[in-house]
Design a protein around this ligand. Structure first.
Ligand code: SF4
Ligand code: SF4
Length: 381
């Protein structure tokens, strides 16, 4: 084990970084039983919590970077231990000492791109709104009903750009008065924060907050549950509070109010995957199901791990930028679950889930099609 500093100093660092709940752990091991890693390989978050209590973290090991921050263990822990803040605290220390194992190196590239271009994908800032060309999408103006915060993957990733287009088309059909920030929008910072890079999160958050305030934004619509989580639960740490709405909540409401009419049958068997940061972390389980239930002709079936027990896709906690070998990808297990229940379509509402599922489908025979929920809704208009 690499000794990084005197133990007392490390314990103080862990506490200061939000890992103080480690001391409540009585090593029951329930967290390891429910952690999705133990479906594909051996991994012990219990051991990491123990190391945090003792001030002896093995920061040089890849295990420090495995946690996807899915929240399954936290939801089950009988002692209220915060495994996620503990893991993030240790990553902060690792980052401080410049320790990053080979499979986690993608984090460095993402961080560099965030610093220069405001996104983790090496996309040019002036290309951020390229997806919207030719669409009925206006720049946000003060007084508009809402800001559509597009997010990095929806802005740059070719698969996710199609989802941004679907959202814009639905909003336009419903007559929603919305605008985008275009090239002035920066990454929300959620995932880089989970890698221990507190400084970059803060810089991005401050930049976005200034842009929102200057533009007169009051209500923000997001599609990525990661943006939703940090805007709603973490930006208030910087003394601001915006009304944040997830696209499934808004569309559900628009259907209720009769502003959106789902009049076209979609005759497909569909299953919904709850993204960790939409469901477990923020309790949004019903709006997506309510929406799908109203699509004429659509049959909704559940996978074995649903709602609070949803199986993580593997992309949270910065893992979307790290290498996960075939055979250890949770997304492949999830696709198999969708296939087992006979779904034609695996529907979700998160850019990381969609990216991981699309990768997984390439090698799974008979895999269902992967769609964002807004793509299904657009089809039903
Ligand atoms: S479930 Fe909680 S108390 Fe049990 S080992 Fe894990 S962190 Fe410790
Ligand atoms: S948050 Fe999820 S991935 Fe991380 S240790 Fe807990 S169960 Fe495992």
């Amino acid at each position: 084990m690499e000794a990084v500093a005197p133990i007392a100093e490390i314990i103080a660092d862990i506490k200061a970084s939000g890992g103080q709940s480690a001391r409540y752990c009585y090593q029951c091991g329930k967290c390891d039983v429910v952690c999705p890693w133990n479906r594909v390989r051996t991994f012990s978050i219990r051991k990491i919590v123990r190391q945090a209590t003792l001030g002896l973290p093995e920061i040089e090991l890849e295990d420090m970077w495995r946690c996807t921050t899915c929240g399954t263990c936290q939801a089950q822990c009988p002692r209220g231990v915060g495994q996620i803040p503990i893991g993030v605290a240790l990553r902060r220390i690792a980052a401080q000492y410049g320790v990053l194992p080979e499979p986690a190196r993608g984090v460095r590239t993402a961080a560099a791109s965030l610093a220069t271009d405001g996104n983790p994908l090496n996309g040019a800032r002036d290309e951020r709104d390229a997806w919207a060309k030719g669409l009925p999408v206006q720049p946000f103006r003060e007084g508009m009903e809402l800001l559509f915060y597009v997010g990095c993957y929806h802005s740059y990733d070719p698969r996710m750009r199609k989802v941004a287009v679907a959202i814009a088309e639905i909003l336009d059909r419903a007559g929603v008065d919305f605008g985008i920030l275009g090239t002035k929008e920066s990454c929300c910072g959620e995932s880089i924060r989970r890698t221990g890079n507190e400084e970059r999160w803060k810089a991005l958050a401050k930049q976005n907050i200034k842009t929102f305030v200057d533009a007169g934004v009051k209500k923000i619509l997001v599609s990525s549950p990661h943006c939703y989580h940090t805007f709603k639960n973490e930006y208030p740490e910087l003394m601001v509070r915006f009304e944040v709405v997830h696209v499934t909540e808004l569309l559900s409401k628009l259907v209720d109010e009769g502003r959106l009419r789902l009049g076209t049958a979609v005759r497909r068997k569909v299953t919904f995957h709850d993204p960790c940061y939409l469901g477990r972390h923020n309790g949004i389980f019903d709006p997506p199901r309510d929406l799908l239930a109203r699509v004429p002709g659509l049959e909704l079936v559940e996978m074995p791990d649903n709602r609070e027990k949803s199986l993580c896709c593997g992309g949270g906690g910065g893992r979307i930028w790290m290498d996960t070998p075939k055979g250890e990808r949770f997304a492949d297990l999830r696709l198999e679950q969708a296939r087992q229940v006979g779904a034609d379509v695996l529907v979700t509402s998160c850019p990381y889930c969609i990216s991981n599922f699309e990768d997984g489908r390439l090698t799974l025979e008979g895999a269902p099609v992967v769609e964002d929920i807004t793509e299904v809704i657009r089809e039903a208009l």
